[in-house]
Design a protein around this ligand. Structure first.
Ligand code: ADP
Ligand code: MG
Length: 593
């Protein structure tokens, strides 16, 4: 050890080109990190070969065996050895090809990289003769060729991953955890390619199977029929130069992780940060803290506007119009998820213990959570929800008020709605405030608040003195203009002290304006990008009609009308539901009409 260090310090080392075997192993390190990365590469190849059905089997989390079979084009016998050579590909031939990649693979590295770190066997039949050629390779050298019976297609079997590389193997987690990662990859591809039949078996047990039809069917196969029924298509305004399609499940089907948010660009599942951040900006205000939706986004852009060649495992792409796309994505996620009312039969209770197919994997789970689930099972609702009414909740008619807190209303399609009066008002006020501050979530939307503005300014009889830290004071000073636009006037009063001289007008607020003024000033001085949004939330919450307040019918109707122009009709700014729907057919079935 000290010997080596001395050598480095004392005299320059000679530079030489690496032998091929070393080069290959280094390259393999970049592409192949764990079983899931092998599976991803093999799926790419099967899909590039035009497969209509793909079967993935693993043993011991894929560390012992990974087998991917497809019914694609196959590989010619004479090309089989070449397929495993570094930089050997049938997909790209020139620099021009690299500028508009239509296939998932293009570097010709995957099979070579896998062969460098594991035993690999490829059986492939390129025609209907029923005969396949089988090539077996070992990392330490040695290959065999035999023939075997097989229908058209290719089966790649990868064994003993990293067995000669103890350091790499040590980085792997246990078989269960690797199996879950493989499942995540297969599930993601099954959602990205709903037209392909996917099967996944883990240690001989069937874990996932899709029908190879369309997206709703794939989601239903994976997450169950309740989730399938709760899906809403993403309805994006055509945002040149890309098309956004996909599905989002209602808020009842939320998850504690981001694993069920899938973004696909031209058929390639990607993990571009800005797209995930945009999707999250769209759903975050609509879900409880820490929850993520079931969301599949399919982006289609002209191939010359994407560069897939920026990430070793091709997990990220460079998108020329990423900022525009991200904004469009945020808008569509927000409006689709926010517009869906909670419907009897798919309330969060049903979602909170719902188990997608992956749960069949024996993953260790805390015991109390299992018990909790079991105890809730008996109250699960079983009524299938209906598809949303066209233009739903734009035409709610108030019928009566219940317990001074809920407005009962009827929709044009004859559904009964229960509307939380406080949250409905809060949502409408919030969106109006956001428009007034010029920072509505959907900046690209035209303001549609029916010309309503909230009268903001209210001079305080006595200015409120607020003392801040020096960092807070700096931030507050920088934000003074935006605050003034909201009616909150904060004046520096020497050092880190501010005077709040005016604040937004809050009719019949229960709280003392003094305490609220100070609270707003503190929120405005917080170290977060979200401060303005937080102020709008506080203002809307304080100003909204409270539960427990008797409302005449006209006022009830006004509150319902206020929901017409908002983007997220079904959720209050804190993320709680504000509408509950009982569809006409639900009522008919329950009353046996
Ligand atoms: P790339 O996918 O970048 O071309 P790979 O190393 O993954 O590189 O594969 C090398 C070549 O082997 C591919 O270009 C393709 O011609 C062939 N190949 C690999 N897997 C399959 C398969 N499942 N079906 C048909 N051809 C395949
Ligand atoms: Mg490939």
């Amino acid at each position: 050890m000290s010997d080596a260090r001395n050598r480095i310090i004392n005299r320059p080392m000679r530079i030489k080109i690496l032998p091929d075997v070393v080069k290959e192993r280094i390259a393999a390190g970049e592409v192949i990190e764990r079983p899931a990365s092998v599976v991803r590469e093999l799926l790419d190849n099967a899909l590039d070969a035009g497969a209509g059905a793909i079967r993935v089997e693993i043993r011991d989390g894929g560390i012992r065996t990974i087998r991917v079979s497809d019914d694609g084009s196959g590989i010619l016998a004479e090309d089989l050895a070449l397929a495993c050579a570094p930089h050997a590909t049938s997909k790209v031939g020139s620099l021009a090809d690299l500028d508009a990649i239509h296939s998932l693979g293009f570097r010709g590295e995957a099979l070579a990289s896998i062969a460098a770190v594991a035993e690999i066997k490829i059986a492939s039949a390129p025609d209907e003769s029923g005969l396949a050629t089988v090539l077996s390779l070992r990392p330490e050298g040695g290959e065999t060729h035999i023939s075997a019976a097989r229908v058209r297609g290719t089966t790649v079997t990868v064994r003993n991953l990293f067995s000669a590389l103890p350091a790499r193997r040590a980085v792997l987690r246990g078989p269960r955890s690797e199996a879950v990662r493989v499942l995540t990859v297969v599930r993601t591809y099954a959602l990205a390619y709903p037209g392909v039949r996917f099967t996944f078996a883990d240690d001989g047990r069937l874990i996932l199977q899709t029908h190879g039809t369309e997206l709703t069917s794939a989601i239903t196969s994976i997450y169950g029929s309740d989730a399938g029924r709760a899906l809403r298509p993403l309805e994006a305004a055509a945002s040149e130069p890309a098309a956004i399609t996909g599905m989002i499940a209602s808020r009842a089907f939320s998850f504690p992780t981001r694993d069920h948010v899938v973004v696909v660009v031209n058929g390639r599942p990607v993990s571009n940060r800005s797209l995930f951040v945009a999707a999250e900006a769209g759903y975050r205000p609509l879900l409880r803290k820490g929850r993520h939706p079931l969301l599949v986004v399919l982006l289609t852009v002209p191939p010359d506007r994407v560069d897939a060649n920026i990430h070793p495992a091709k997990a990220e792409v460079l998108l020329r119009d990423e900022t525009t796309l991200a904004a469009a994505l945020r808008t569509v996620v927000h409006s689709t998820l926010g517009a869906a009312p909670l419907t009897i039969g798919e309330e969060p209770l049903a979602g909170s213990h719902f188990q997608p197919m992956q749960m069949r994997l024996p993953i260790a789970r805390p015991k109390h959570r299992i018990a909790e689930r079991a105890s809730r099972r008996h109250i699960r609702a079983t009524i299938p929800p209906e598809a949303d009414e066209p233009g739903h909740i734009t035409t709610l008619t108030a019928i009566a008020q219940f317990d001074d807190s809920l407005i009962l209303a009827r929709s044009a399609a004859g559904a009964l709605y229960l509307v939380d009066q406080h949250r409905a008002h809060e949502r409408a006020l919030y969106e109006t405030l956001k428009q007034q501050t010029g920072s509505l979530l959907n900046e690209d939307h035209q303001p549609k608040n029916d010309g309503k503005t909230i009268r903001l300014h209210q001079m305080l009889l006595e200015p409120v003195l607020v003392e801040l830290t020096s960092l807070q004071a700096m931030r507050l000073a920088q934000r003074a203009d935006e605050l003034a636009a909201l009616g909150l006037e904060c004046q520096p009063f020497g050092g880190t002290v501010f005077l709040v001289r005016a604040m937004p007008n809050i009719p019949d607020a229960a709280h003392s304006p003094t305490a609220f003024a100070a609270e707003l000033a503190h929120t405005a001085a917080e170290d977060t990008n979200d401060w303005l949004n937080q102020i709008c939330i506080s203002l809307a919450c304080r100003s909204a009609t409270r539960r427990g307040q008797k409302l005449p019918l006209v006022r009830q109707q006004e509150l319902l009308d206020g929901l017409r122009s908002v983007t997220a009709k079904a959720v209050c700014p804190h993320g709680s539901p504000l509408l509950l729907r009982l569809t006409a057919s639900y009522l008919a079935s329950k009353f046996e009409w």
